[in-house]
Design a protein around this ligand. Structure first.
Ligand code: FRU
Length: 498
């Protein structure tokens, strides 16, 4: 019997705890997804890098952990690249291999003269290498390639090749800013600039898990750089959230295109953190594919679970679009997800002029439709039979006469534990710069619903724990007629497993 709330499609560890995606890389015709992992319990503990591989981004096979904590510290988040030309000199016969850049986290206790001891955390950047992607060796036994810099929060290196200036670049978060390093041989790194002072959203905690890459603006040949940064608390709707900046990067300095005070969120839900993009996805493919921890530090330790805790979102592909309010990042599910589904033959006629219910026999369902809202109408989208979460959509006209879409997101859930009971339920509103005609898409799996608007221009990713996990959605309007078109529901083809 399957475990309640164990997703069918989404990636979870076979057992134990999982947080951030790490070291996402395509190598030898496989996607490798490493992740923050503690195999011995379902709560956070001394961090390993767990390891899964996939050929289609849907079915993941779990391998032995790649990195283990030892006297050089725990293995915190980081990234991986293919060293195609063996510039590191770490591989035999000049063959390509994988390099993983991670943060070693040491927490030595200092004993003071008066006998008291204090914790003195040290975070530094370390390197590991692997010829085949499976067996890993810590370079210099985990000794740092970039030593601690005095700031206790100095972590999560992301490395990529910057073609224009012909150098390897590393972005690392340090306190509440991002540092940029350059290297020719992937072993020696030089600090070249910083970004973040008075830019975007800041809160009490450090910035975490940065990523930097170039994307094309849809329908043009213009390209922009996107800097992704996680904030562990104080995001748009409580707790953790993922912000981004759109700008330019010359190999040394990132320049924000927007006003420094402008805050852009990659997702408007509560469970979208530590986003990282895959490195070395084949050139002819040219996609920027990301994976994200579908969770929030506010309650991650208390989520209902049996043998595991931690789920990744479905991999998504990023793109840039012109929103009317500036250039924004959109994200759609990868084409591989489409291939996993078949279109349902279920009857899709509304039961009345005002309401329609969609459901599926099992717990996975994907549906899409075009919605047209009248001026005074509110569309209610109830998720699951117990309406344990719902969204309401309403067209609003702002003072300047422009039309926006107001989305109200409500989620319920009480689990008998203090932190989660306080922080899990929500009721908040988001204004989107789009109008009353939009495309709606929802992917259900056990324990979550990912909602995309207009092909991913706006996304809301939320964990949801219904009592009856059979996927269902009810769509209704409070007045007038429910106007939906191009509606499809899809069910899974064969067995999905992760
Ligand atoms: C983000 C994070 C990272 C860190 C890791 C530790 O969720 O706090 O900054 O490397 O988790 O597990």
């Amino acid at each position: 019997m399957t475990e309640k709330y164990r997703p069918t499609l989404h990636m979870t560890p076979n057992q134990g705890w999982m947080n951030d995606p790490n070291g996402l890389v395509y190598f030898n015709e496989q996607y490798h997804q490493f992740y923050q992992y503690y195999p011995h319990d379902t709560v956070w503990g001394p961090m390993h890098w767990g390891h899964k591989v996939s050929r289609d981004l849907i079915h993941w096979q779990e391998l032995s952990p790649a990195l283990y904590p030892d006297e050089s510290g725990m293995c915190f988040s980081g990234s991986a690249i293919v060293d195609w030309n063996n510039v590191s000199g770490l591989f035999e016969d000049g063959r390509p291999g994988l390099l993983a850049f991670y943060t070693s986290f040491l927490q030595p206790s200092l004993t003071l003269d008066n006998g008291d001891s204090i914790e003195n955390p040290i975070q530094q950047q370390s390197l590991a290498y692997s010829q085949d992607g499976n067996i890993w060796t810590k370079y210099k036994s985990g000794a740092p390639i970039i030593p601690a810099r005095g700031n206790p929060d100095f972590r999560d290196p992301k490395v990529f090749w910057h073609q224009e200036s012909e150098a390897w670049v590393m972005v690392v978060s340090c306190g509440q800013h991002i540092e940029f390093y350059r290297s020719r041989d992937l072993l020696e790194w030089r600090l070249v600039s910083e970004f973040g002072y008075r830019q975007g959203a800041h809160s009490k905690g450090p910035w975490e898990c940065p990523d930097l890459f170039e994307l094309s603006l849809q329908g043009t040949d213009k390209r922009y750089w996107v800097l992704v940064v996680g904030i562990g608390e104080g995001a748009h709707c409580e707790g953790a959230g993922t912000q981004y900046f759109v700008g330019d990067f010359d190999g040394e300095t990132f320049t924000n295109l927007n006003h420094p005070g402008k805050v852009l969120w990659l997702d408007f839900g509560r469970d979208y953190y530590a986003t990282q993009s895959f490195s070395d996805v084949p050139e002819q493919d040219g996609r920027r594919i990301v994976s994200t921890w579908m969770n929030n530090h506010q309650y991650s330790l208390e989520l209902p679970s049996d043998s595991f805790r931690g789920t990744m979102t479905m991999p998504r592909e990023l793109y840039l679009f012109e929103s009317g309010d500036g250039i924004r990042v959109g994200q759609r599910f990868t084409k591989e997800l489409g291939a996993a589904f078949q279109v349902d033959s279920q009857q899709l006629e509304p039961e009345s002029e005002q309401a329609l219910t969609l459901y599926h026999q099992d717990d996975v369902m994907h549906f899409q439709c075009d919605v047209t809202l009248d001026d005074e109408q509110t569309l209610h989208l109830g998720l699951y039979q117990d309406n344990v979460a719902f969204y309401e959509f309403r067209k609003v006209t702002t003072g300047s006469g422009e039309t926006s879409l107001e989305v109200r997101s409500v989620r319920r859930g009480q689990f008998g534990l203090k932190r989660i009971d306080e922080h899990f339920p929500h009721d908040y509103r988001t204004l989107l710069p789009t109008n009353g005609e939009f495309r709606l898409e929802v992917l259900f799996d056990q324990g979550s619903a990912e909602l995309l608007i207009n092909g991913g221009e706006y996304s809301f990713t939320n964990l949801i724990y219904p009592t009856n996990t059979q996927a269902s959605a009810s769509l209704s309007v409070d007045s007038g007629t429910l106007r939906l078109s191009n509606l499809t529901t899809k069910s899974l083809m064969g067995e999905g497993t992760c």
